[in-house]
Every structure is written in C-alpha cells, then in structure tokens.
Ligand binder design. Structure first.
Ligand SMILES: [Zn+2]
Length: 84
C-alpha cells in the first residue's frame, strides 16, 4: 500500500483531508503520534515502554464538513523502535 485513499466521513459523508496528530516527546520535540502494539506498560520513571514493541505512525483524516477525525496506522509509515 503506497497511499491511503481518503475515506468518506462516517458521520456526514463529506470528503476528508489527510493529516497527522502531533505528539510531544522528549525535550518537547514534535513528533508524529504512533500506534504501539500491546497494552500500555510503564517503566520505573513512569514512562511508557516502547522497547521491542511494533510502532506505526498514525495518519488521521479530518472531515471537511463536520471535523470528525478518523485514524489509521498503515504499515507503510512504520519506523524502527527508538532506544529508550
Ligand atoms: Zn463529517
């Protein structure tokens, strides 16, 4: 899959625009929000553990009409797990 076909809004049926959710990580750096496989686990300092988990960048579509958001985690945007 190279590109996601923008879906029709499930609420009002209008077209949707592709975008992404911004996540603020270490040092307040902007990053793309990720989908992480499995239930949440926290480490010693309360950080969410990411090591060894499959991660996929989240693509979010926004409805032009009502603003409804629909998210996907397609395999094309997968990234290697960062060191933690
Ligand atoms: Zn809509």
């Amino acid at each position: 899959m190279d590109t996601l076909k923008p879906p029709r809004c499930a609420k009002c049926g209008r077209g949707m625009d592709e975008g992404l959710m911004i996540d603020r990580g270490h040092g307040n750096q902007r990053d793309i929000a990720k989908w992480l496989e499995g239930p949440p686990e926290r480490g010693f300092f309360g950080w969410v553990k990411t090591r060894g988990k499959r991660q996929l960048a989240v693509v979010t579509f926004r409805c032009n009409g009502c603003g409804y958001l629909e998210s996907y985690a397609p395999p094309r945007l997968s990234s290697p797990a960062p060191r933690d």
